[in-house]
Ligand binder design. Structure first.
Ligand SMILES: Cc1ncc(COP(=O)(O)O)c(C=O)c1O
Length: 287
């Protein structure tokens, strides 16, 4: 049985319990992170922790565990769950804790709920080989999409919309601009230039997005963080998604229309290869 961490204790997953007054349950009042693990090593841990730190500060959450503690707990869960080999993720969630329901913050001294778990995953390499399809969906989210809050209703509805259409992902459209996917960032190649929605309050600044942009710079691929719009879609040469469990994923169809020549593109492949080199740097056997 998997071992999880909850509020200072390492427990078998099935014996972990939470209060029905937990504000994560009542209000979605919390933040989360998902960190990739390859052969027991947390990928880009410091970027995930930095984003978590910003989210905690913006949400005015003050868990007892420091960011260094969180990293140590993550590493211990990887070991205790036998994930030293192969592909895995660590999931983390911190809420404002359990207290009688009030919209305002609970009394001082209420302990934040801190939960971490780790499990093996299978990256979507089969889908990557052929590319995936996506559909557009209105971006009905709030104006702090940069906080990785557990309040994910628009993402849940958008991803279900994708499932209902038998495709991999929904991509959000805000005032005609493609912002990002339900749990991924979006990149397009137009006129030979790689473009993605600028880092702002209207998208989650993905760790994989940042790594992909760094790789683009290394490879000398022209890049601009300018948004592209619905009306630009027919001019797309390539389109792809990035995310912690998705890596770099070519998209070959948007709303039933082919992207470029309808096959994964060469820029996308080069960027995946660059990201994979970092992911699997010390551990080529996993790939
Ligand atoms: C809305 C949204 N955008 C982008 C991403 C990708 O971020 P990362 O690369 O850090 O996984 C996620 C990940 O969950 C997400 O929820």
């Amino acid at each position: 049985m998997p071992t999880i961490y909850l509020n200072g204790q390492y427990l078998p997953r099935e014996s972990a319990t939470l209060s029905i007054d937990d504000r994560g349950f009542i209000f979605g009042d919390g933040v989360y992170e998902v960190t990739r693990v390859v052969n027991g090593v947390l990928f880009e841990s410091s970027r995930h922790l930095a984003r978590l730190g910003r989210g905690l500060a913006d949400m005015r959450l003050h868990p007892e565990e420091s960011l260094a503690d969180i990293e140590a707990i993550s590493n211990r869960l990887v070991q205790e769950n036998g994930l030293q080999q192969g592909e895995a993720i660590v999931y983390l969630q911190i809420t404002r804790g359990a207290a009688p329901r009030t919209h305002h913050f609970p009394p001082a001294g209420t302990r934040c709920t801190v939960f971490l778990s780790a499990k093996a995953i299978t990256p979507p390499h089969a889908e990557r080989a052929v590319g995936v399809k996506v559909v557009t969906y209105p971006d009905i989210r709030w104006s702090r999409c940069d906080i990785k809050t557990v309040n994910l209703i628009p993402a849940v509805l958008a991803k279900q919309h994708a499932m209902d259409h038998g495709v991999f992902e929904s991509i959000f459209v805000r005032e005609s601009a493609i912002t990002e996917g339900s749990h991924t960032n979006c990149f397009g190649v137009i006129d030979g230039e790689l473009r993605t929605y600028p880092a702002s309050n209207l998208i989650l600044g993905g760790v994989t997005r940042d790594v992909t942009i760094e790789v683009a710079h290394e490879l000398g691929i022209p890049f601009s963080d300018r948004p592209f719009h619905i009306q630009d879609l027919p001019r797309l040469q390539e389109f792809f998604l990035t995310g912690t469990t998705t890596d770099v994923m070519p998209v070959v169809e948007i709303d039933g229309k082919a992207v470029g020549n309808g096959r994964p593109g060469t820029v996308t492949q080069a960027l995946y290869d660059g990201v994979a080199r970092r992911l699997y740097a010390a551990t080529p056997a996993v790939r």
